[in-house]
Design a binder for this molecule. Sequence first.
Ligand SMILES: Cc1cc2nc3c(=O)[nH]c(=O)nc-3n(C[C@H](O)[C@H](O)[C@H](O)COP(=O)(O)O)c2cc1C
Length: 404
Amino acid sequence: MPWRRPKKIEQRAGSPRSSPEERLELANEGEEERETVELASLDGASIVEAATGQPERDERAPSIDIDRERLADAQFVTTALKDLPERGIDLEVDAARGLRLKNPVLTASGTFGQGLEYAEVIDVSRLGAIASKGTTRNPRPGNPQYRIAETPAGILNSIGLENPGAEEVARIYGPKWAKLRVPVIVNVAGYSVDDYVFVVGTLAHTPGVVAFELNVSCPNVKGGLLFGCDPLLAAEVTRAVRETTDMPIIVKLTPNAPDVVAVARAVEEAGADGLTAINTVLGMRIDTAKRRPILGTGSGGLSGPAIRPIAVHITYQVAQAVSIPIIGAGGVTSANDALEFLMAGASAVQVGTATFADPTAPIRVVEGLAAYVKERGIASIREIIGAALPSHHPARAMEDPPDA
Ligand SMILES: Cc1cc2nc3c(=O)[nH]c(=O)nc-3n(C[C@H](O)[C@H](O)[C@H](O)COP(=O)(O)O)c2cc1C
């Protein structure tokens, strides 16, 4: 997909609010000024942590800007039932054990705000579910600027899990999520097993929340190793969270692990109900004029179409190793991309970076999948899950994998 600046969205008649793109542009205008202040006051660096395996230093208590007036005032887009192209088409899936969704299209954590911002632009109730922004025990200010760099087929980010902390998230967003008419999966991050347990315990009874997605691309303060890179550590977190809640637990795999399949097996064994494959891939860009990395943290996480083949490959490998459902993520921009993941063994997909260029992308994917089921005359979308796996084509199971 050619990478392009986000298009401006037509403002709805009579709405004094600006679109997310306009707000993003406005925010970017102030970026240069804020940069000095933020560089001086911040030292959190979760992506660097991910790159170096070094746990972050002290978390400070930042003030996170939340536009409470806008939140109170938000008007959500709705669509009449009769106008839904997916109406009457069986798109239901089990995205994780105990998590049946009306369709397999979710939004990816960190790319869809807290859902509320986008609910003013698209009808989020047409989605299978949304994943919240990464939520930590304490508030986090996020990383120094720049936090985003464009690449030919995606973006590098080092947002650094900016969020107001679990208790504030429950207090501020819970009442809104309850009215959103779409299930919310809380994305959880932490630096110790206790952090994950705390966040899950804090949000388990929050209205609208149906499941937890554990972002294990964080270093463990005890040893510096990323939870998601080590099967034992990943299993330890999963087991502890399992003891905290009966709600579905989805573990989000990092492609930066030496053996992703081993991590997937270990967390399934420890009680995970599902997996998300994958989080971002580590990468870097250099500003050749300044002779410095572009991102404030040096390295960042690559997302978007560039990583789709990696994500499909991992989904395909993991699907053959576990029996819990997998949610595919990485560069989904169209229904055909989603079909690739489903045929590779995913039961659902997340749309992330694509929503920055086109906020309607997740809805387009729902409509495209509905059209596929209708045009092919198949009974449900579930029929194509795993259709490309060797188990569906026994002859192929005999073939040797390529060396490189
Ligand atoms: C700006 C940005 C912020 C992200 N924040 C989070 C996060 O807080 N927690 C998480 O688990 N993944 C986070 N991710 C990773 C995405 O959820 C997703 O796994 C990844 O981007 C691949 O999907 P995509 O190519 O469709 O974006 C973030 C990605 C981006 C681009």
